[in-house]
Structures are given as C-alpha cells and as structure tokens.
Write a protein that binds this ligand. Structure first.
Ligand code: NCD
Length: 303
C-alpha cells in the first residue's frame, strides 16, 4: 500500500490485513492501558484538515503518537490560503518540508488523489466530499467483527442521509467486498442517484429497511452539504425517519446500532437508542478509531 485514498483500490486481502493489524493494536491498547511503540519514531506526520473534525483528527493524532511519530496539525484558518495562495502552491510548500506522511480531509472530490500525485510521501484520505472516508469504514468493520465475529453474510442497513455521506459510500463498498448484504434506507430525496457499488438494496421506509438487520448504521443529516431549502424540520424528520426503540424492534433482537458521529439526538436517533449500554456501539467506534489508524499508519509508513 503506497497511499490510502479509498476503498475501491483495496483488495479483500488488503482490507483483511488492515483489520488484522487493527485487531492486534486494539488488543494491545486494551491490555496495556497506554500502549506505545516506536515504529514511526523520527517520522513527521502532517495532518491537513480543511473541514472541521473531532473524532477523525484527534484519533489520527493519537494513533501517530502511539507509534512514536511527531505530529504537526496544520491549521487551514491560520494558513497562507487566507492570503489567496493557491491549493497547489500550499501543497507544494508543505511537501518541500518533507513530511513522512500526510493525512488530509477536504470538501473537494478527489483532493487526496491530487495531493498524492504531487508529494513524495504516503497520503491518507481522512474524508473527501461525499465520496470516501476509508479509515471510518475500516474502524466500523473492526467494530462489527468484534461484535459479530465476521462480516460475511451479515445484513447491514445504512440509514439516513445516505446521499451526502462519504461514510455510507465507503462502508457500502467495504462491506459488499467482504460479503455482507448492504441496504440503503433513506427517504427519496436523501437516496443517492448513483449507488457506490453493485448489490445494494434500497428502501424508503425505516422499519422495512432494517427488518432482520444485524447492524443498523445511522447517519447525520449533512446540512452543510445540501441545499437547505430541501430539508424538512428536525421534528418532522425524527417523526418519519428517526430510529426509536419501537422502530428498532423490526431489526434482529441482537442487532447493534452504529453511528459515525457527530450525531444529532432527536433528529436521526432517539436518546434511548443512542445511549443503549449494550447495543449502541458509538463509543466503541470512537475507541476503535485509534487502533485502526495505528494499523493504517503502520502499514503505510512503518517499513
Ligand atoms: C463523518 C464525516 O465527517 O464524514 N464523521 C466522522 O468522520 N466520524 C460523518 C459526518 O460528518 O456526519
């Protein structure tokens, strides 16, 4: 692996290798409390986030530090972009400082590829437009495997604002490749016009879409990525499409609930579902961000 730009370019073997390494790090973190190694010592990891983030930025930062790297969190707001420097000049400037890896999040489609083609180090896509968020799909896969033992044969319902979600797109591709049955569940206006891969079954009604599912993955309405005129009120959305305990009865009794965060309580998900101590995986997903991103950085830069 030279870069991690999207799920498309990963084989099932690549995915399995990353998940196996992530499982190894997850166990080390569980057993050893604060686990560190020096695989990336004397290396500089540069994070370039052009969009806001809590989970992804912090967990890449912590993951890199747990592998012994020094991390530089570049700040778009304080950069020369504010002095009208072009994106390509900014990237060339940062590349001239010779970082050992770059983690990038950007609202433009394909920005990580653009950067990968201009720099000499590995590039990791931490989310671009509504296209790809591969590290999120990998940490979600790790979470599902920890709970269900496998991906193959499971039914995973991805529900909510699927049209604007890079999490939905990367998860659908990864899960389909690994033999899961993927459903998209969304009202017509939030269903993508073009599906990210073959084999996805689409539903408009939430209860119907999660019927018999092993995993129910909820998504936030991505107001920043859509025409605000087209969004119903939060209350109307919750009434029609929010995941409540009552609606959840339609899924398997032991179905797990996932959400990449940030979540909007009372919009796509009820408090009682989000806070369910056994079935809600949200905190586990956040925790799994660290070993998964350690695995990615290790496999890209540890050699
Ligand atoms: C997501 C993102 O930024 O794509 N969050 C995340 O990375 N955990 C989902 C979102 O913004 O709703």
């Amino acid at each position: 692996m030279k870069h991690l730009l999207g799920i498309d370019e990963l084989s099932t073997n690549d995915i399995q290798t990353i998940i196996d390494r992530a499982e190894h790090y997850a166990k080390s973190l569980e057993n050893g409390g604060s686990y560190y190694n020096n695989i990336l010592s004397n290396k500089i990891v540069l994070t370039l986030f052009f969009e806001s983030s809590t989970r992804t930025l912090t967990s890449f930062d912590i993951a890199a530090k747990r592998l012994g790297a020094d991390v530089v969190n570049w700040n778009a707001e304080l950069s020369a972009l504010k002095k009208d420097e072009s994106f390509s000049d900014t990237i060339d400037t940062l590349s001239a400082m010779r970082p050992d890896a770059i983690i990038i999040r950007h609202s433009e489609y394909g920005a990580p590829e653009f950067v990968a083609n201009r720099v000499d180090c590995p590039v990791v896509n931490a989310g671009d437009s509504w296209r790809e968020h591969p590290s999120q799909a990998l940490l979600d896969a790790l979470t599902i495997i920890q709970e269900k033992g496998q991906l193959e044969g499971l039914t995973v319902a991805i529900c909510g604002d699927v049209a604007h979600s890079r999490v939905a797109s990367s998860n659908a591709k990864l899960l389909t490749k690994m033999g899961a049955n993927v459903r998209f569940v969304a009202p017509a206006m939030l269903m993508p016009q073009k599906l990210p891969c073959e084999g996805i079954v689409c539903f408009e009604d939430l209860e119907e879409g999660i019927k018999g599912a092993d995993v129910v993955m909820m998504l936030r309405i991505q107001k920043e990525r859509m025409d605000r005129g087209s969004i119903p009120s939060d209350a109307a959305y919750f009434n029609n499409h929010g995941l409540t305990m009552e609606r959840l009865k339609s899924a398997k009794l032991d179905a797990i609930i996932m959400h990449p965060g940030p979540m909007n309580r009372g919009v796509e998900i009820a408090d009682e579902v989000a806070d369910d101590p056994t079935r809600s995986m949200m905190k586990r997903q956040v925790a799994n961000g660290i070993p998964t991103r350690m695995a990615i950085l290790d496999l890209l830069g540890g050699g």
